[in-house]
Write a protein that binds this ligand. Structure first.
Ligand code: GAR
Length: 208
């Protein structure tokens, strides 16, 4: 069984999708052993507690810089003996000490089709605001490995979702969560835990 640590900052609907997938047996050969939140009082923490999953709060605001914060997260991951780290709505950029310690062992869900509407400054509703302001007719979600640059690691899974007339950022966010994120994130975690993702020439080759 691979030990999965999930990093969260907010509502935790993607964490909930992972918990539901774990309960229904969709995640094979993996178990969420710890949820770490960068914010006190995040609803994601309640979701974990309700399901008997250990939690830890490491508030970003308690650390003066990203390096110090990343070191604290790294210590927690090492202590937990994490095999896989999942960023599920984690709104803090971690520095490269973590990426170096967990190469191709850390994945992120992003609410757009990378390489569109991604990188520094594109997170949460801002991503959907940008997609609507550009006028794209299709958006979606991407699960990818985390590397040294924001949203630039090897892509594992993507799913497209239609943009509809009259969409607001909130409506589009909800549709992308329901139709894409909550499906491809648990699937990617399960594939990872079953060793069905290989890296070839820096790209992820997935045996679905
Ligand atoms: C999700 O849409 C996730 O893809 C996005 O924030 C939301 C978190 O929701 N993440 C990013 O924008 C990271 N760049 P949740 O807390 O309900 O899972």
């Amino acid at each position: 069984m691979k030990r999965i640590v999930v990093l969260v900052s907010g509502g935790g609907t993607n964490l909930q999708a992972l918990i539901d997938a774990q309960k229904s047996g969709i995640i094979k050969n993996g178990e969420i052993t710890l949820v770490i939140s960068s914010k006190e009082g995040a609803y994601a923490l309640e979701r974990a507690e309700k399901n008997g999953i250990a939690t830890k709060v490491l508030p970003r605001k308690d650390y003066p810089d990203s390096a110090g914060y990343s070191k604290a997260i790294l210590e927690a991951l090492n202590e937990e003996k994490a095999d896989l780290v999942v960023l599920a709505g984690f709104m803090t950029i971690l520095d490269e000490c973590i990426v170096k310690a967990y190469p191709y062992k850390m994945i992120n869900v992003h609410p757009a089709l990378i390489p569109s509407f991604c990188g520094e400054g594109y997170y949460g509703l801002k991503v959907h605001e940008a997609a609507l302001s550009y006028g794209v007719k299709v958006s979606g979600a991407t699960v990818h490995f985390v590397n040294e640059q924001a949203d630039a690691g090897a892509i594992i899974l993507q799913k497209a979702v239609a943009v509809e007339n009259g969409d607001t950022p909130e409506i589009l966010q909800k549709r992308i969560m329901e139709q894409a994120e909550w499906k491809i994130l648990p699937e990617a975690v399960s594939l990872y835990c079953q060793d069905k993702i290989k890296i070839v020439d820096g790209k992820a080759v997935v045996d679905r």
